[in-house]
Design a binder for this molecule. Structure first.
Ligand code: GDP
Ligand code: MG
Length: 163
């Protein structure tokens, strides 16, 4: 069994873009509309000379319990619950939001090894963004731009150290 890495975060932070960057696929739907990814999405991250791992692109955890959004949220929670490592993806442009706070509280209860990944770091002040998320209390914070493939090597180093 290959190790499993789950991408968790609210809609529109760039989980699917990161999934595509890690798996070099165009499988995941990337869209400006929040919540466009309805299903769990599995792919394999293969790097030369490295043990591959499975990446799960979850739909947004919207906090709802009913209907399609609720089902999506439950699937996302299930994916995270079976992951060897969770990447908690947040949006560096928008900063920390109430929904991020909610997901963080849930992740703390889930108690899986978790890295904070601040995405969309292109064109923003990295220090300011890092201090915005400092209250989340993560020892290791990775900043990336999934869309521009920046910071992915550092992210992969951190992931591999934990698998
Ligand atoms: P998801 O809902 O979390 O899966 O988010 P998506 O991957 O669908 O991305 C949502 C939007 O953010 C899309 O318009 C992406 O093009 C955009 N986006 C994703 N990553 C980045 C990034 O690194 N920088 C910028 N500027 N935009 C990004
Ligand atoms: Mg998506």
């Amino acid at each position: 069994m290959l190790p499993l890495v789950a991408l968790v975060g609210r809609p529109n932070v760039g989980k699917s873009t990161l999934f595509n960057a890690l798996t070099r696929s165009r499988d995941a739907l990337v869209h400006d509309q929040p919540g466009v990814t309805r299903d769990r999405h599995y792919g394999v991250c293969r790097l030369e000379g490295q043990e591959p791992f499975i990446v799960v692109d979850t739909g947004g955890i919207a906090g709802e319990e009913e209907g399609l959004a609720g089902a999506t949220a439950r699937q996302a929670r299930a994916a995270a619950g079976e992951a060897d490592l969770v990447l908690f993806v947040v949006d560096g442009r928008e900063g920390a939001s109430a929904l991020d706070d909610e997901i963080l509280a849930w992740l703390r209860k889930l108690s899986r090894p978790t890295l904070l990944v601040i995405n969309k770091i292109d064109g923003v002040n990295e220090d300011a963004v890092r201090s915005d998320f400092a209250r989340y209390g993560f020892a290791d914070v990775i900043t990336v731009s999934a869309a521009h493939r920046q910071g992915l090597d550092d992210l992969l180093d951190e992931v591999r150290e934990r698998l």
